[in-house]
Design a protein around this ligand. Structure first.
Ligand code: EPU
Length: 433
């Protein structure tokens, strides 16, 4: 049964929210966990759809997966009996490509279905394949599968043509047990790249320089057991920061690493919101209309593309004209049509959105086009006058755990109900009126 969100807008968010583990770090870490034959314990796992699909795939190739609780899992890769991964569900997620690096790195062989993920652009994987080939693997794509194999992997100097999170993590996975030394130049510096490197090192890998644009990996013969806690999700935190500012609320966002949120904090302060930083929390508040600005998405430490739809929604409500340039994915403005139905005034020209701030939005029936755009539409619904229903929330559930629960706990009126259930709509309206 498909669900939708129904939201009654207009209530400022107030209170505290606790951020979960980083989805995009967790995807790399779970794949890395199968590279040892010892048992690995991973904590602060987000309980979201993409993670559960990846765990299913890991179980599907024979690894032992024990979910101790929604946020803790034990994995043992010694029982893996298959290096081919091809399921309907795995086809829909992006993180499946990490199993290619992990299986190739451990068994010198992997066959993984081409990755899916949100439809935000063409999303090539040429840099991943270039990296695997540089390490000595033969890689070909046939019938929708990526097949990679090698007699043995040998460390190499690899220069990425573009800064890519996925390929950086994948080459760390494939090379950490390769013979000799691998150097990745023009590496991605995202916090989740560092987290995957830290996890691999906790298993005995020798990776230095993660977090800079040059990562050096000295191959080790084997990896061993580890207990590891995943870093907090920068984008879930950023989404709540924007929601607090957009609703003119006051929210303490706990279990974050404020340094990872700097690009977002700085922009919020620049447009007039108040952001207070604590050791492992940020507090965002706002009581007046925000101002316009210019934003360009860039690899870390630049402004994250995964926050572009949310901040654009905030700017759609700010005074004056803002310009937002999306420089990573060409198809990441699909939410603009939906926002326009709510009264926003945004014109997209190529990879640039020209946003004329409006005084307010009005509720509408809209559809989430992808994960982050869906989250942005929830923010719009929280601000809008009246009721908003959002369909296709399965996208949002790829990356936000208990979104409606966390938002409701901050005082807003939002519920997950079955699509086309008029009685549930009426019940919600009665409850909140
Ligand atoms: N690129 C290439 N060739 C490649 C790989 C990437 O040209 O082989 C290009 C892409 O087209 C893009 C840029 O390089 O223009 C960056 O892509 P990257 O590889 O960094 O992105 P990704 O691995 O496909 C991950 C996240 C995305 C996030 C981006 C950027 C996962 C599973 N996905 O995608 O997360 O937007 O990095 O930070 O980690 C999301 O969580 O909503 C999401 C889409």
């Amino acid at each position: 049964m498909e669900n939708q969100y129904i939201i009654k807008g207009g209530t400022p968010l107030h209170g505290e929210v606790t951020i979960g583990g980083a989805k995009n770090a967790a995807l790399g870490i779970l794949a890395a966990a199968i590279m040892t034959d010892d048992t690995v314990l991973i904590d602060n796992l987000p309980d979201v759809r993409d993670i559960n699909v990846l765990l299913e795939a890991i179980r599907g190739i024979g690894a032992t997966v024990e979910r101790i609780n929604p946020h803790t899992v034990k994995i043992n890769g010694s029982t893996i009996n298959d290096v081919t991964i091809d399921y309907d569900s795995i086809r829909k997620i992006r993180g499946s490509y990490y199993l290619l690096g992990a299986l190739l790195g451990k068994y010198n062989k992997a066959n993984v279905v081409l990755p899916g993920g949100c439809d935000i652009g063409s999303r090539p994987i040429d840099q991943h394949l270039k990296g695997f080939r540089a390490l000595g693997a033969t890689v070909n794509i046939e019938y929708g599968m990526i097949n990679a194999s090698a007699d043995k992997l040998i460390g190499k100097h690899i220069y990425f043509d573009v800064v890519t999170v996925g390929a950086t993590i994948n080459i760390m996975l494939a090379s950490c047990m390769a013979e000799g030394r691998t150097v990745i130049e023009n590496a991605a510096k995202e916090p989740h790249v560092v987290d995957v490197a830290n996890f691999l090192n906790s298993m005995g890998a020798n990776i230095k320089g993660a977090g800079t644009d040059k990562i050096r990996i000295n191959g080790v013969p084997r990896l061993h057991s580890s207990e590891y806690s995943i870093i907090p999700d920068q984008i879930e935190a950023g989404t709540f920061m924007v929601a607090a500012a957009a609703t003119k609320g006051d929210v303490l966002i706990k279990n974050v690493i404020p340094r990872h949120l700097e690009a977002i904090s700085v922009k919020l302060i620049e447009i007039g919101a108040t952001v207070e930083e604590f050791d492992d929390a940020v507090r965002v508040s706002c009581n007046n209309r925000l101002m316009h600005t210019q934003i360009k998405t860039l690899p870390y430490p630049g402004f994250p593309t995964d926050m572009q739809p949310q901040i654009s929604t905030l700017l759609a409500l700010s005074s004056g004209t803002s310009i937002v340039t999306e420089s990573l994915f060409e198809n990441r403005f699909k939410y603009v049509d939906e926002l326009s139905r709510m009264g926003a005034s945004i014109k997209v020209e190529g990879n640039v959105a020209i946003i004329e701030g409006v005084d307010g939005l009005t509720g509408a029936s809209i559809t989430a086009p992808d994960l982050r755009a869906g989250a942005a539409l929830v923010v719009a619904g929280l601000v809008a006058n009246g009721y908003t229903t959002i369909d296709s929330i399965q996208y949002i559930e790829r990356g936000y755990e208990n979104f409606e629960g966390k938002i409701t706990a901050l005082g807003a009126s939002m519920q997950k109900i079955p699509v086309d259930d008029e009685r549930a709509v009426q019940k919600f309206k009665l409850k909140v009126s």
